[in-house]
Write a protein that binds this ligand. Structure first.
Ligand code: ADP
Ligand code: MG
Length: 259
């Protein structure tokens, strides 16, 4: 059912206008974002690029409703985020966005399956359904048979796939990933990008932050930040991570692949 006052489907999924974010550090003002305009359509894949300190994470945090801008307006799926209460914000975030982080952020004393179930626990989904949906999410990232492993029993790539499954389990339409391949080797990065591209193929919107141009090449649009401003915004034919994976030499000691 459509909420009253919410515009119909034509609205952009993400619509940022004149976004500024300033941090106060003692007597200093740090201007992390200095007036950003950005719209993103449903079903696209966008890479946010830029050197360290250019404002990528600040932008991602605002986009993900984890932080509020100092100035400017942000609409997510047509809703004016500034008007939402904390509870509404948490609700919108939970329903709209699955997050993936560079450091995986898995609970270490918890199995892969339980890690993936976690967002559903907060949403009050009954145990049986949690389990069923978590198993299906792990299947989607190719981790059948690893359900009972703890994070330290998994390779980095497998841990990131658990994190992607956790981002998928709530069936949010948007996946936001901040440097998702930052801790992974080249081949494993291709694997993760192939999974993210597969999600775009199934209609998800994927927004990822990276400082690596070869990772940005898998997105259909690259937005470049410098000193808190967008200095470049271009659309491109994304290269196929599946093809890159097929062409890449097999990993030297590919975890679990040898007999
Ligand atoms: P990036 O992700 O591109 O490396 P960030 O968005 O993390 O960049 O940071 C942009 C700028 O804002 C940097 O100068 C950084 O030092 C500053 N900054 C980020 N977060 C904070 C914070 N919580 N407090 C103060 N300054 C911050
Ligand atoms: Mg960052």
């Amino acid at each position: 059912m459509r909420e009253p006052g919410r515009p119909k489907g034509e609205a952009f999924l993400v619509e940022m206008r004149g976004i500024e974010r300033t941090y106060t550090m003692g007597d200093n003002l740090v201007r992390a974002l200095c007036g950003v305009d950005l719209t993103i359509e449903r079903g696209s894949s966008v890479a946010i690029m830029g050197t360290s300190g250019s404002g990528k994470s600040t932008m991602m945090n605002i986009m993900g409703c984890l932080d509020q801008p100092t100035k400017g307006s942000y609409r997510l799926d047509g809703r004016d985020v500034a008007r939402l209460s904390r509870a509404q914000l948490a609700d919108v975030r939970g329903r709209m966005i699955g997050f993936v982080f560079q450091s995986f952020n898995l609970l270490s004393r918890t199995t892969a399956l339980e890690n993936v179930e976690m967002p559903l626990l907060y949403q009050g989904v009954p145990a049986r359904e949690r389990r069923r949906r978590a198993e299906r999410a792990l299947e989607q990232v190719g981790l059948v048979g690893r359900e009972d492993h703890h994070p330290n029993q998994l390779s980095g790539g497998q841990q990131q796939r658990v994190a992607i499954a956790r981002a998928l389990v709530g069936e949010a339409p948007i996946i936001m990933a901040d440097e998702p391949t930052g801790n992974l080797d080249t081949r494993t990065s291709y694997e993760v990008m192939a999974i993210l591209q597969g999600l775009v193929g199934r209609g998800k919107t994927v927004i990822l932050v990276t400082h690596e141009a070869d990772i940005a090449a898998y997105a259909s649009r690259v937005v470049t930040l410098r000193d808190g401003l967008i200095i470049d915004d271009r659309r491109q034919a994304p290269i196929s991570a599946q093809a890159a994976l097929a062409a890449a030499p097999a990993a030297h000691a590919s975890a679990g692949a040898s007999p």
